[in-house]
Ligand binder design. Sequence first.
Ligand code: ARG
Length: 487
Amino acid sequence: MNLWHGRFADKTNPDAFALNASISFDQRMALQDVRGSLAWAEALEMAGVLTVDEQIQLWAGLQQIESEFQSQSFAYAPGDEDIHTAVERRLGEIVGSVAGKLHTGRSRNDQVATDFRLWLLDHIPTLDAALSELQTELVERAENDFTLTPALSQKERGQELPSPPGRRVGDEGDGEGNYILMPGYTHLQRAQPVLLSHWWLSHFWPLQRDRGRLTDCKDRLSVLPLGSGALAGTPFAIDRAALAEKLGFAEASPNSMDAVSDRDFAAEFLFVAAMIGVHLSKLAEQVIIYSSAEFGFIELDDAYSTGSSLMPQKKNPDPFELARAKAGTLLGKLIGLLATLKGLPSTYDKDLQEDKIPVFEAYDTLITILPVMAGAVRSLTIDVRRMAQAIDASMMATDLADYLVERGIPFREAHALSGRAVRLALENEKTLQTLTLPDYQSIHPVFNEDVYDVFDPQQCIAKRKAFGGTAPEAVLAQLKQAQSLID
Ligand code: ARG
């Protein structure tokens, strides 16, 4: 029998019932629904609406239902339209007619909004943990991929760094103090050398901001709608502040009409999920490119790649491609919910039932993809030599300009002179490193024999030691900061 059967002479059309029903997805909020009802029964007793004995009966029934959910033995009935109906129906079976008193002063409108918020409050920490797990892998990579010698120990990290030996472009690193370098790109064009660790950590910080956003989202959704009734509030003397505290909310909602319609928290969660998706897609895209034969910087572990049914040589970076794709579906969920919310009046409209699917799906997507990303990052191998070989002398053209700046030439002019050296090299099929000193002196007399020191990428990196730069000591400080955030 429908919860609203009194006013209706006819039964609901079965197809209309199926359309109306949300049990297939809102049963994920079963435990939250029971928790809300336990607190509501207590609030009703405190308000003098239920006797102590009635509350005890309701509690016993609700606790049994809770354990049925926990042991997955709860039997749904064909008429269970949604999770709220299912719990109430089962409560009636267990405790009899007193079950009918539980819904006093409450509506499914304030109930569902409460359950949904409780669900997110329960699940955001799990998502946060999955993010921090991926961050941990990124930090570990940054730590282990710092020099060609094995991972720096905690102790060594505090110590003075070995000074980089004088090296030229294309040298293969092989010893202590040889920081692992890679070409840094802008516009996907070789730009300047960076430490590989710096690149790894460039994917750490976006996730750190996402975790901050999750915390904000959690704080803002910590408002209790229960006690708002259908829209106008509850006529009973419910202590909503106490109820909020009981259920772990920071406060009770100040406007009952807003409370039953507010789904900002769901949209905010979906924004954070989409943002995480975008961040994962950026990491994924780089890994995909770097694992192509053309780059050859990265090789994925067999456990995190797939082959081709046709081409025996293929090793495909599927997990990263899927991560890249899922950013798109996550974005769609955010836009979909915002479109659903647009133009809705304050108070509850059935449209709001559509809020849960995207949130559950977004959560599931991230909980599935994050551990795979973490494992793939942990297990991939880096071709340090390929990375080093991809650094060419032209990537030090800025340092060449800086060389002139150090000799008193204004940067704008120095930039143009360095550009001329690049052009001269290109025109003569040379590199900045193989241009002769007379070549350089034809550009400007200030050039000296020491100009060739500029083309040591290790030195180039070592100079960028201001906070946030790619110099080894700056990256170590960054690493420490990142480490302390995940510890
Ligand atoms: N299943 C509904 C939902 O998820 C519960 C609220 C129903 N309220 C109503 N007035 N029909 O939104």
